[in-house]
Design a protein. Structure first.
Length: 651
């Protein structure tokens, strides 16, 4: 069945994906909207199922958040580079099949360039993106729905009329070719006008009337009006023709609609949002009410020209929408200093905060720190706001609807490192933590301190700035992790050394017993931790040592370093697994060689009765099988027995 496929990463845009999904279902029906959390059939190949559903869709919405491009898997690998990554599979399938792909930018994310993407996804960079802003969520989603709607409208009209699916192109061509002839007949009756609309495949409906205005199709709108269409009728999303005409700045069409009795109130906001100054000035001349002026100012936000016009007409600089949004918040989010300065000069409050469930507590400074403007512009915007007394440490609801986010935490979570360092220098609290609900939240930065967020990203400069301002190296997450464990996992030696030099403890374990040494992902970090007293025989709550964890999939250099530091090659966990079994299980041939060279016992059986050789054969790890068989053959050789004989007798 044709429909809309939503592609997203749970850790990046799960909250917004759910909200967008709900709006799409309300508009188009549940059977036309698909996302990967919907249930499949038992035994179904989920990758093939995803491909099939994408291929059966008309549109794929690629939801892109701040961490979409740089997302990594558990081993630190770039997700988009993996052919098994579901997001890559979804988008690549749509691009290959010529399906319409719309990038949807969330939380201030920027559109990646072709050079930033794997070749299979490079065409995504050429697609026009649509941004959904936290401050104007409903308005932006409505615009998305309007962009999607023509496909469904066309399908319904063509089924009814029995004509080819080419309404949009046919309408434009026919109107361009014969519109002048039709409309030159001044005495056109309503019945004749409806006939003309039918001849160009445009149904006489409110939706089609508003759609004509959206397409900037003046001639079709005039035909509708001659046919008796109410100029104030709305489409199913509550939008009027005059609002679209104002958004396009189409003065002749606006005047035609007004002569027919169109109401100006809702149109002022659309002209302001689009920065259409001529249309805005025209509508202002009609004497709008204070409420209409205030709503337009909130919508204008970052459009300095529109903001100036509205303020000159006495719009309230502190007017707020139902969700608490103000014009200053939008100007700050876009880092538009001219608009910010205008609003501040007229008394806009830097302490205003959002009141809705998903962004409760976000202030203009919060939006400046997390918005879509470049970082230098964001710093300029933040400087203006701080100059008026903005609170550096205000707390808000943000990532996955969690609480306790400050501008500093939120900026760092989005990778705005220059802004973060600016906020640190201005005195932001460097030991604050957002509120976590469970351990899994840590994967997306929830419940971490600024130092942990910097360490998790390998940001040495930002980490040093935080340490210089008194950031604690001892603070733990809900699961018991410290900044050092995040730095070790990232594999940043300079950062690990900076933390160690400030007193970070090498053997602090989380609640599962994992120490920084167990998290270490590179040999140089492993060596630095060992040099600073890391316990090579420390065990997790499941009995695993750093060596067993490393043998399972890390570089041979780490295994060799741990063995050299005295790690026992046959230490078993609570399932009876040895490091050699772990290497066999994951096919790590070099690790298996290093363990055998260190005297690992090949005959040990785990609690299931399997040896390392059994595991290697079961997992089809042929390289490890060959290593183990070669070691067994070497052990049975006469020279080996002869060399071993005196020790056996002595024992």
């Amino acid at each position: 069945m044709s429909g809309i496929f939503i592609s997203y990463r749970r850790e990046d845009t799960a909250g917004n994906a759910g909200r967008i999904y709900d709006r799409l279902v309300d508009r188009f029906g549940r059977e036309r909207v698909y996302r990967d959390v919907d249930s499949g059939q038992p035994g179904e190949d989920f990758v093939e199922a995803i491909r099939s559903r994408v291929e059966g869709s008309d549109v794929l919405l690629a939801l892109i958040g701040p961490n979409w491009l740089k997302a990594t898997d558990e081993s630190g690998g770039w997700r988009l580079a993996s052919e098994d990554d579901l997001v890559r599979v979804e988008i690549a399938t749509a691009l290959e099949r010529g399906i319409r792909v719309i990038p949807v930018l969330l939380h201030g994310a920027k559109m990646p360039g072709a050079g930033d993407l794997p070749s299979a996804l490079s065409k995504l960079a050429h697609r026009n993106a649509l941004e959904i802003r936290d401050t104007h969520f409903e308005q932006d989603v409505s615009l998305l729905l309007e962009h999607l709607s023509p496909r469904w409208f066309r399908h319904r009209w063509m089924r009814r009329l029995g004509r080819p699916i080419a309404w949009g192109a046919a309408t434009l061509l026919l109107v361009a070719g014969i519109g002048g002839v039709y409309l030159s007949q001044v005495a056109l009756t309503p019945e004749q006008a409806r006939v003309r609309l039918t001849q160009i495949d445009v149904p006489y409906t409110p939706d089609a009337f508003v759609k004509s205005a959206e397409l900037n199709d003046t001639k079709s709108v005039e035909l509708f009006l001659k046919a008796g269409q109410d100029p104030n009728v709305t489409n199913r999303r509550g939008v009027t023709a005059l609002q679209w005409a104002a958004a396009h700045g189409n003065l002749p069409l606006m005047k035609t609609l007004l002569r027919s009795g169109a109401n100006t109130e809702g149109a002022l906001r659309w002209a302001a949002k689009a920065g259409q100054l001529e249309a805005l000035q025209f509508l202002l001349s009609k004497g709008p009410t204070r409420a209409v002026l205030d709503a337009a100012l909130i919508a204008a936000g970052d459009e300095a020209g529109a903001v100036r016009e509205l303020l000159d007409h006495r719009a309230n600089p502190n007017a707020a929408a139902e969700d608490g949004s103000t014009a200053l918040m939008e100007a700050a989010r876009r880092a538009k200093s001219e608009a910010i300065s205008l609003l501040l000069a007229h008394g806009a409050s830097v302490h205003a905060a959002r009141t809705d469930r998903w962004t409760h507590g976000m202030t203009p400074l919060y939006f400046a720190a997390t918005g879509s403007g470049d970082e230098e512009a964001a710093i300029e915007a933040a400087t203006l706001l701080l100059g008026k007394g903005a609170d550096l440490n205000t707390r808000a609801v943000d990532v996955n609807n969690t609480e306790g986010w400050t501008p500093l935490l939120a900026a760092m979570n989005r990778g705005h490192w220059k802004v973060a360092r600016f906020l640190v220098q201005r005195g932001a609290d460097v030991n604050v933590q957002s509120v976590t609900r469970d351990d899994r939240d840590e994967e997306v930065g929830i419940g971490l301190t600024p130092l942990m967020l910097a360490a998790k990203s390998g940001e040495v400069g930002t980490s040093v700035a935080l340490l210089d301002k008194g950031a604690s190296v001892e603070t733990r997450t809900l699961s018991g992790r410290t900044a050092l464990s995040f730095a070790a996992e990232k594999g940043s030696l300079p950062l690990v050394e900076a933390l160690l030099s400030r007193g970070a403890a090498t053997n602090d374990a989380n609640k599962n017993g994992w120490t920084p040494l167990m998290f270490a992902s590179t040999a140089d970090v492993t060596e630095a931790l060992l040099r600073n007293g890391a316990d090579v025989e420390a065990r997790t709550t499941r009995g695993a040592t750093a060596l067993l964890i490393a043998a399972d999939g890390k570089a041979t250099g780490i295994v060799t370093l741990l063995l050299s530091a005295g790690a026992h090659p046959d230490a078993v966990n609570d399932r009876g697994w040895t490091p050699l079994m772990a290497a066999a299980d994951t096919g790590k041939t070099d690790n298996a060689k290093a363990l055998i060279a260190a005297g690992a016992n090949r005959g040990v059986k785990n609690h299931a009765g399997a040896t390392a050789l059994d595991i290697a054969r079961n997992e089809k790890s042929q390289g490890v099988v060959d290593v183990l068989l070669a070691a067994e053959s070497a052990a049975k050789a006469p020279s080996a027995r002869k060399n071993r004989e005196p020790r056996d007798k002595g024992g």
